[in-house]
Design a protein around this ligand. Structure first.
Ligand code: F6R
Ligand code: MG
Ligand code: MG
Length: 365
């Protein structure tokens, strides 16, 4: 069986009137370019969409992950779209393109990517998650609940195909290191790191018995690459569902209880993460609540079915209500922590520029 790779690659290359909504004109350009790549058989299939201000290119192809040709294709599309965004005078046009010096893959250039190379099962349901106004570590909590918490995922207990557990690969994005933890035996060890999502980010989850890929996320943090504030890193995540993996319902369940994530307003505030349908993925109030969209697809020989917009379900109405309530509560803190991020994280915002001016005000006690 020929393998297929799913690549979800995203970038904020400009948006309409602020940071909440992409432009149809730019989307159509990306669509045409992907249509062309499909006609030329560079890719098998694609789906292109916006989540907030982030342009999402979901592609399937026969190359491996981090393939130079596929990454270049995505990068050229983002460059072309940035050009159009600049012509249209969109806000933040070209924002996530930190460098145009392409040399083999997208690492360090700005766009985020999550990719997995798989052998398609008899039926291959896969969920593409995209978030706006938060950072890659935001997935840690959810991945833990999905793949390691039996209170969330009954399959871990009652399905023999899931019972052996999963392996988490965690990246230290400050020190560029990685480590693997086996769940459930090393759950407490893993939580030492998972609980600090600004620095430790789950890159991949594997099935323990055969090391089959189950989930993969984007881990790049723009400000750590650029050394300056460039917005948050609005992450993406691919998760395989059903048959040997958690079910769609188990994968979505943790999103019914919103938690606080880093990333609202100026990338500097904790705000709730609100599960929404594609049509509601446009943060306006306080550039928040952070949004998460989940689109499910069935693969057929690499071709994508129509997307199923999973949070377009009244069963998530209460989660949205709770997220709005959480927003009201945290907003009361105004410029105070724990709404504002702790100082060490504020280093990656525009605050140090202000502090610079105040430095001489301080005298020794
Ligand atoms: C962007 C974001 C926004 C902006 C804010 C200020 O991802 O989180 O909250 O940081 O709208 O934007 P600028 O600095 O572009 O005026
Ligand atoms: Mg933006
Ligand atoms: Mg964004």
């Amino acid at each position: 069986m020929e393998k297929v790779t799913i690549s979800l690659i995203k970038a904020d290359i400009g948006s309409l009137a602020g940071h909440g909504r992409g432009s149809e004109d730019v989307l159509n350009v990306a669509k045409d370019l992907l249509e062309k790549a499909k006609a030329e058989q560079k890719i098998i299939d694609f789906f292109v969409y916006y989540v907030g201000d982030d342009l999402q290119l979901l592609m399937t192809h026969r190359k491996f992950i981090e393939d130079p040709e596929i990454h270049k294709l995505a990068f050229d599309i983002f460059l072309k779209c940035s050009e159009i965004a600049k012509e249209l005078k969109l806000y933040g046009a070209g924002q996530d393109i930190l460098s145009t010096a392409f040399s083999g893959n997208l690492k360090g250039l700005g766009p985020g990517f999550a990719e997995m190379c798989i052998e398609e099962r008899k039926s291959e349901p896969i969920i593409a998650f995209s978030a706006d106004k938060t950072e890659p570590g935001a997935w840690n909590y959810y991945l833990f609940k999905i793949f390691a918490d039996p209170f969330n995922t009954p399959g871990l207990v009652i399905d023999p195909k899931l019972h052996s557990g999963f392996i988490f690969e965690i990246h230290d994005v400050y020190e560029h290191k990685k480590a693997r933890f086996s769940m459930p035996e090393e759950m407490y060890d893993a939580l030492v790191y998972l609980g600090a999502p600004a620095r430790f980010v789950v890159k991949s989850v594997f099935k323990k018995d055969n090391m089959e890929i189950a989930a993969v996320s984007s881990v790049e943090r723009l400000s750590l690459i650029a050394g300056r504030y460039v917005g948050k890193d609005d992450p993406v995540l691919l998760v395989r569902a059903q048959e040997r993996f958690p079910s769609v319902g188990e994968i979505l369940e943790p999103f019914a209880n919103p938690i606080f994530v880093a990333g609202g307003m100026r990338g500097s505030h904790y705000v709730p993460l609100m599960p929404v349908s594609l049509k509601d993925a446009h943060p306006t109030r306080f550039d928040a609540p952070a949004r998460v969209v989940a689109l499910a697809f069935n693969l057929k020989n690499g071709y994508l079915s129509k997307p199923v917009d999973l949070f377009d379900d009244p069963a998530f109405d209460r989660a949205r209500e709770i997220a709005n309530e959480m927003m009201d509560i945290i907003r009361k803190h105004g410029p105070f922590e724990p709404h504002r991020l702790p100082l060490d994280e504020m280093e990656y915002t525009t605050l140090p520029l202000v502090e610079e001016k105040l430095r001489n005000r301080w005298e020794k006690l």
